[in-house]
Structures are given as C-alpha cells and as structure tokens.
Ligand binder design. Structure first.
Ligand code: SF4
Length: 732
C-alpha cells in the first residue's frame, strides 16, 4: 500500500456494519515540535460506497484505530496454576500444551469435556474453522458464543415463525416505511447509524410515525411521536393488546392469513384475553396510547418493527420475537418494501456467526443439529464419519459455567470475549472460572478481566490485521481487509484453531493457506440454503464491494427486480445494487412454505420485584462504549465521553430512599452487590433503575451490572434474562 492508498474494511463494533476506509496517518509530537514520531497510526473515515452506511460512522467507528497499539497481547503466555505469574512461551510450546490437554480430556472425559466460547467479534472464517474442529473433528457441539447473550431469542423466533433465521428486511426500509415500531432497542445509542437513517426519514416526512416502547425515556424515545414506557416484562401484554385491537377493528389481512400462515385461530384465542383495559393496566400506560399505537399500525401502508436486546435478553425472549412477528403476519406487513420484522443485531458478525453455525445448536448454512439430514450433509461435506455430529445441543454459555461447577468441563477455550464481565451472576461465574482445570484465553488485549482465570493466553490478530468477512444486520457481507501486520507474534484466530486441529491429527481437514480458501470452502455449505452465499468469494467482494445474501452461485449480477425500490433521499449516494429482501413471494422457509402464528401468553419477569427487593434493575449500553470496554476503554475520547458508571433513578424513588444526584447507592440483588453514583432523572420510571453494562473490575471498583443479574433464560433460546432483576437500594 502506498502512502495515499486507503483500505476498505468494516467497523468491528456493532451489527449495523458500517463501511470504513483506513489511511496511514503520520503521528506528530504533541508537544508541538513538529517532529514526526516513529510508529504507525491510522486515520479512519466512513466509506461512502458502502451500501449499509453511505459514509456515516459513529464515535466508535471513527476512533477504532486508536486502540490498535494499546495494551496488546504480543506473545503466548502460560502458567501452571492461576496463582502463578504468566511466563512467555513459544507458539510451539503453547500449542503443544493445548493439544496435549485436549487429548487428555478426550481420553478421560470424552470430547464433551472440551468447550469453546467464541464471539460475534470473530470473522466468519474464524467461526467456520472452529465449527469444523469442534463439531466435525472432535465430535462435540460444545461451541457457543456470546451471541447466546445477544440474539439467540431472535434466531429461535425467526426459525419458529418463518422457518429460518435471517432478518427479512434491509436498511433501505428505514427510509421507506410509514410507521416504525421500535421495541426494546435504544437504537439512537446502540445502532446509531441505522437510527440516523431512520431519524432523517422521520424528520423529512411528517406522515411517518415513530413508536418507541421502552421503560426508559432513551435518546431513541426522545424522537418518538409516541413513547410507551411500559413496565419491564410486559412486552407480550402490549403486543397481544395491539393484536387484540387490530382484530377487533377488523384491520387484518385475511387473504394473507389464509394463504400464507398457520395457527391463526389459536392465536385469536389467546389475544381475546388482552383487552385494552387489561393491557393498559398491566403495562402502566394509558388506553388511548395503546389505541394510538394500534391505530397507526392499522392505518400505515408499510410498518417496520425494530428490536434488539430489550426483547431478546429475556426469559420469554423467543415468545416476544414471535409476538412481534404475529403482528406483521396478521396485517400482511412482511416481504414488502418498507415493512417487516427487522432485528438489529448486536455484534458486528453475530449474523456471520449464525450463518456459519456458531452456536451450540447450529451447523453451517443455518442448519440445526437436531435434523439427521442436515447433520449428514455437513458430515459428508467435511468427510467425517456418519454420526460424528451429535444430535444434542452442546453446552450453552451458561451450561459451560455449570459444567465447570460439576467438573464436567475439563478444558475451556475462550476466544475474543470477556465472560468475567459479560455473563450474568458474576460471582458464580468467577467462582466457576477459578475452578476450571484448564482455560485458554485467545484475545488481542491484555489485561482483561477474564485473563485472570486463564492458564494460557494466545495473542490474536484483530481488526485491520487479518482479512476475513463479516455479515451485518441487513445480510450484507463485507470483506474486512487487513491494512497492517499483527503486533508481536499475534496470529489470526482461524489460523490458531486450524493449527491445533492439525496437531490433533486432522491436518487433512485444515489444508488452508489463507482465509480466502477457508471462505471458499465455507460458502459451498450455504448453497441452496436461505443464506446462500455460494456466489461469493473474497475476490468478488474485493472487486464489487459488499454484497447482500442470498447470493447464489448461478447468480450472474444481481437479479432482484421485485425488490427494486426508489432511492428515497436523493442527497444520499445511489446504492450501486438494489437491496434484497426475503419472502417477497410470501413463500416462507418452513416445509410447507407457510409462516406460523405463535399463541403465547405473557409470563412477565423471571424475577419480579417483591418486598425484600422492591426495584427492577434494568441494564443497557451507552453511545460510546462497546460491551466490556476491552477496546473502547483504551480510547481516550470515549473514556472522556463516558468517564464513570452511574445509576439512573426517578426523583420520587431518590427522595424515598434519601439520595440526591451523585450520592452513592449500593445496589444489591439475591446474587451480588455493586455501587454507583446516582443520576436522578425522570427519564426512568418510578420503581425501575438503570445501570450501564460496561464497567468491569479493570475500569471501576464494584460497578459490575452483572454482579446483580441472574441466569434464568428463555426455554427456547437459552438466552439469559440480562435485562432485568429485582434489587434493593441503600444509600451509602
Ligand atoms: Fe461501528 Fe456500529 Fe458505529 Fe457503525 S454504528 S460506526 S458499525 S459502532
């Protein structure tokens, strides 16, 4: 690359998936001598040609390069026990140690004693190699990722209602909708560039309605025409209540229901119980607000719903997703321009991970371990014995913790994630990690909170240092190109995992010399599936830029005439290719091509408040920080933007317990305790308090949100209810 060349890549933070261009930038002495300093730094700008973001970036994307050279893990490190200090090791020593431990665990406990816990930060190639090693070669489904904490309820909801995972909509719909229904998502802070597109459309078009459902008056809610500040845990009451009104007013699409769905009568039976008076009372909103939301849904030609963690991080997360989809099915608001159910993915490549089978119940190409035929297809493709892939779910994120508690997990390999901050019920998690017989942490950074529990640290190459693909929320696959070398001895994740595979005797399964070759093998497994990417290659993505799937092999150019939509905002750069939507022919991915209504009653919170723990604690993210701050905590601008954790509390509750702004409050649940300065605000409803999730013990003392949260999870998705638990508050 010459001094003026830029490299196109993708922002490695959230599922919006904004395109970035990176240029070399000389570093100058801040003291003002004008001297150019040694050491490379990089300038990042939005890629105007990227179809998903059109040149826009938020503060995270704009500053990401600043963390490239901070606190990097440079060499493999090992130690015999957690009480010892790490000592530097060669790659050969570290990988020999890991290989020997895997062999010991397999011979003493079986392959199910080995677990890998990955991350939506991984590239698709990393994910694929991990699936091949764990599920194909070792014969255990024990690969789960932090997507279990993020979008697994959405996966289960899509599969149960529509027959397959895969968001049906695209970002262009944000600019073509007449009514947008945001539930359980603070998109203005957590998906800011998608929200920017929506916000501009909303401002320019007075007829467009925006409804926001959130117990907090978030930055997203501030833009809403109608903010429904429902009580935590009453989402299904609200959704079923809207359905009740749509049915009562006869605002349903009877032809669509008859021709393309199943289960409407059972659904009708359930929603009879959600009359407006009952729903308004349970949700803590007025009947007229409920009716307004339903009326806007009924009167709009194109209704788009958006959701993220507020829906999925719940013990009834799958049912919530299905309740949203029910509304789209009963009104025929799906498979058309500007309309449909549209999940906003959390991690940058949670989508790619799902496509590559990166959860303990999935296989590559949106296959599920429970189906014999789908297991057989993968076994045959990988050339492993028939029956090698188990029909049972592997260990979920939480099952890994319980497996450590019961000594059933003999080796835990953590890749690009920080469970010592991000899992619920942290004291229990830390105790389980402490007793782990052998933990590997593969990460770009050191220290992290999880490194404290590792016996081996493996330095991983990160964003900008390795080439691979990621898929964003609208199914756009982007080639993330390397523009610099990894520091020290850091290596790409896929390469490390493949080398362990070779050392374990599976060299014939890992013949790859580049991530392009890994991708070329992987996309063959998507052929004929909903997420068909068999027409993609690294070369094609490099030449043509990001492409949306489905992108089958036989596709010559893009042929999706039915999806063509006008470019709504002429000031935006024209998209080079028309956007693709799923289900435009109303043929869903189930065996009979029909979508399914769900008939779920609301169950509420798994741990509702009571006399001993009278407040609901809800958790969430801030604009600048990403998850556990492994990267953003090392970026000065973001640290200045969000210097400290805090607890939002309503003035009435603050007065009741006798605290003022900035007073320190102790928050205690049945599991743990933390302390936060109070932020007294009417943005939070009485009875509920909010804390951000970003502060682990590396960044603040006793301010871990997950010290209080619990692990109870959705029975379908196994996603824990990280969003709400019961707490007591005490002024300090
Ligand atoms: Fe990155 Fe998400 Fe910000 Fe886009 S919106 S720049 S993907 S963090």
């Amino acid at each position: 690359m010459t001094a003026v060349d830029s490299t196109k890549t993708l922002c490695p933070y959230c599922g919006v998936g904004c395109g970035l261009e990176v240029l070399p930038s000389p570093q100058f002495d801040q003291a003002g001598s004008g001297q150019e300093l040694s050491g490379q730094s990089w300038k990042v700008r939005g890629d105007r040609a990227h179809p998903s973001s059109q040149g826009m970036v938020c503060v995270k994307g704009a500053t990401v390069a600043e963390a490239l050279n901070r606190d990097r893990l440079l060499y493999p490190m090992i130690r015999d026990s957690l009480n010892d200090k790490f000592r530097r090791a060669s790659w050969d020593q570290a990988l020999e140690l890991i290989t020997a431990r895997i062999q010991t665990v397999r011979s003493t406990q079986g392959s199910d004693g080995v677990c890998m816990y990955g991350s939506g930060q991984l590239q698709t190639e990393d994910y694929y190699i991990a699936q091949k090693l764990l599920k194909g070669c070792l014969g255990t489904n024990n690969f789960d990722s932090n997507s279990r904490l993020c979008m697994s309820s959405t996966v289960a909801g899509y599969v149960q209602s529509l027959g397959s995972d895969g968001p049906p909509c695209c970002y262009e719909d944000l600019e073509l909708t007449d009514c947008v229904f945001l539930i359980g998502t603070n998109a203005a802070e957590c998906h800011p560039i998608s929200f920017n597109r929506l916000q501009k459309h909303h401002k320019k078009n007075p007829h467009v309605k925006m409804v926001v459902v959130d117990p907090r008056r978030t930055k997203t809610a501030e833009d809403a025409d109608l903010h429904l500040a429902i009580h935590p845990g009453t989402d299904i009451d609200l959704l079923n209540g809207i359905a009740h009104l749509l049915l009562r007013w006869d605002c349903v699409d009877a032809d669509f229901i008859a021709n393309h769905t199943e289960g409407f009568s059972e659904f009708q039976e359930v929603i009879q119980h959600y009359s407006p008076d009952v729903v308004a009372e349970r949700c803590g909103i007025s009947m007229s607000d409920l009716e307004t939301a339903a009326r806007w849904w009924a009167e709009s030609n194109r209704v788009l719903s958006l959701w993220s963690m507020g829906v999925s991080q719940s013990s009834e997360g799958t049912a919530k997703v299905r309740a949203i989809i029910n509304l789209h099915l009963m009104t025929g608001q799906i498979g058309k321009v500007g309309a449909g159910p549209f999940s906003l993915t959390g991690q940058p490549n949670a989508m790619g991970g799902r496509e590559a089978g990166g959860l303990c119940n999935l296989l590559p190409g949106y296959r599920h371990v429970k189906f014999l035929e789908q297991r057989a297809e993968v076994e045959q493709f990988w050339g492993v014995p028939a029956g090698q892939i188990s029909s049972n779910w592997g260990r979920t994120a939480w099952d890994i913790i319980t497996g450590l508690e019961t000594d059933e997990v003999g080796l835990l390999w953590i890749v690009a994630t920080n469970p010592a901050v991000s899992l619920p019920d942290l004291e229990r998690v830390k105790a389980a990690l402490w007793r782990s017989p052998f933990t590997i942490q593969q990460d770009a950074y050191y220290p992290t909170e999880t490194a404290k529990f590792a016996h081996v640290l493996l330095p991983a190459a990160q964003w900008g240092e390795k080439t691979g693909t990621m898929t964003n929320s609208e199914r756009t696959v982007t080639l993330c190109q390397a523009f610099c070398l990894p520091p020290g001895e850091a290596r790409p994740d896929w390469e490390i995992i493949a080398e362990v595979g070779c050392r374990l005797g599976f060299a014939d399964k890992f013949p790859f010399i580049s991530s392009a070759e890994v991708f070329a093998e992987y996309v063959q497994l998507t052929q004929g599936r909903v997420c068909d990417m068999s027409g993609l290659s690294h070369d094609r993505l490099r030449q043509e830029g990001p492409l949306q799937w489905p992108c089958p092999k036989e596709e010559s150019g893009i042929k999706v005439a039915e999806n063509l939509a006008p470019i709504p905002d002429q000031s935006l750069p024209k998209a080079a290719k028309p956007a693709k939507r799923l289900y435009t022919d109303h043929q869903f991915s189930s065996a009979d091509g029909r979508a399914r209504f769900s008939a779920d009653h609301s169950r509420g919170l798994a741990e509702p408040p009571d006399a001993a723990y009278p407040f609901v604690l809800t958790t969430g993210r801030l604009y600048g920080h990403w998850h556990t701050q492994t990267r953003t905590g090392r970026i000065e601008k973001i640290r200045r933007m969000h210097p400290n954790p805090f607890l939002e509390i309503h003035p009435r509750d603050a007065a009741k317990i006798g605290v003022e702004d900035h007073s320190i409050i102790e928050v205690r649940s049945r599991r743990g305790v933390a302390r936060f300065p109070a932020k007294v605000t009417t943005a939070i409803a009485p009875g509920t308090v909010f804390v951000p999730i970003h502060w682990g013990e590396l960044w603040a003392d006793q301010a871990e949100a997950n010290a209080m949260t619990h692990e109870r999870s959705c029975p379908d998705s196994k996603q824990p209810e990280l969003k709400a638990c019961a707490v007591q508050l005490t002024p300090i």
